[in-house]
Design a protein around this ligand. Sequence first.
Ligand code: HEM
Ligand SMILES: [Ca+2]
Ligand SMILES: [Ca+2]
Length: 297
Amino acid sequence: QLSKNFYSKSCPKVFDTVKSVVRSAISKERRLGASLLRLHFHDCFVKGCDGSILLDDTSSSRGEKTAGPNNNSVRGFEVIDAIKSKVEAACPGVVSCADILTIAARDSVVILGGPFWDVKLGRRDSKTASLSAANSGVIPSPSSTLSSLISTFQAQGLSAKDMVALSGAHTLGKARCISFRDSIYNDSNIDSSFAKAKQRNCPRITGLGDNNLAVLDFKTPEKFDNNYYKNLINKKGLLHSDQVLFNGGSTDSLVRRYSQNDKTFDSDFVAAMIKMGDINPLTGSKGQIRKNCRRAN
Ligand code: HEM
Ligand SMILES: [Ca+2]
Ligand SMILES: [Ca+2]
């Protein structure tokens, strides 16, 4: 039901408007591109791509922002607010927050050197968020095994190949010590000098330096490219869930292929992003077009 030309009559300026705000945000802080891409992922995996992650807590219900996988971790909400207010000024009541997330994620990839694709649009916004759904395990954890990664994505209608391609998003951005401590101290399939270097800014003791950051792709953390896969081949994946993709299992061959062929990675990443953006959208008369992405109308 989603379509590429959904706003061509009702808000033709939406693409330029989103792009200009994303561009200026990224020019102030490159990491924001990574953060916006991740927001779209964490939206789509909880109740579908319905903007639910953007809702603030209310007096009667807690939203998804403080769920385990999101708390003190997801970011970029101010950028979405800035986009929304510009888009509302141009076309009031027309463009959903869920679609803004989709476009902003795509633009982030492009601005940081990745492939362009036409996004499908026409999602509407949910009226509620779900803390319990966000905490239910639908968002994969960094300690996941390969088979659990495959099944979490399968549960969303995404294949193992989609999962491996989408994990390539970790070519950008940062993770907290709490997310990779286990892997750098306890994993065996990790380059020892790489692990040692990471240990310097991530103490072994739980509670010490939990929020210290490290880049997910130590080679080009601010450029969208296939170095993530090259790192995995060299046993320099930061998260346990990264390195399991190249650990003697069924996904080794894909990691090898993406590490050798940037174009194949780009096209599989794009195909998987479009599939992810198709997860359970609200369309027709379902949901609403929020005026403010942080609350239902
Ligand atoms: C395959 C399963 C995945 C797992 C287990 C996973 C886990 C994580 C973790 C633990 C972090 C660091 C969070 C923190 O410490 O604060 C992270 C960051 C990130 N993830 Fe994933 N992720 C997965 C898939 C994806 C997908 C599908 C995307 C997007 C398409 C994505 C995009 C990102 C980005 C861009 C960052 C950096 C964000 C920033 O710097 O603000 N991840 N991920
Ligand atoms: Ca959602
Ligand atoms: Ca990179």
